[in-house]
Design a protein around this ligand. Structure first.
Ligand SMILES: [Zn+2]
Length: 112
């Protein structure tokens, strides 16, 4: 399975395409079923904007946003989509690490 196909499956699974044109959803389903490579170049072009997304970034406990500029695509995007509901944001690995670190620090503060 291609990375693109994995991403498309996650987009459908998590409802990321629910607000898009039926045409987009139809092509996405086709890609998920038969493979992204089986799409025509025109169909691939329709899906392309959905296959890369910017990381949402993380706000530190002081309210400062890290303005992360990572663009997620391929496997990292599929992973980020998997974790999106858990973290409440689409995050790259660095931002996941940062979020986890804040969570640990916060747990420590609360335990004191
Ligand atoms: Zn990030």
């Amino acid at each position: 399975m291609s990375d693109e196909q994995k991403v498309v499956e996650k987009l459908i699974e998590y409802g990321s395409l629910d607000n898009e044109d039926q045409k987009v959803l139809g092509i996405a389903r086709l890609a998920a079923d038969q493979g992204y490579d089986k799409l025509s170049s025109l169909q691939q072009k329709v899906l392309k904007p959905f296959l890369s997304k910017g990381c949402d970034g993380v706000e530190n406990p002081g309210g400062h946003h890290n303005d992360c500029s990572v663009v997620l695509e391929g496997l990292p995007l599929a992973e980020a989509l998997d974790q999106q509901s858990y973290y409440g944001a689409l995050l790259c690995r660095d931002c996941v690490d940062e979020t986890e670190q804040y969570a640990r620090e916060w747990a420590k503060i609360q335990a004191e």
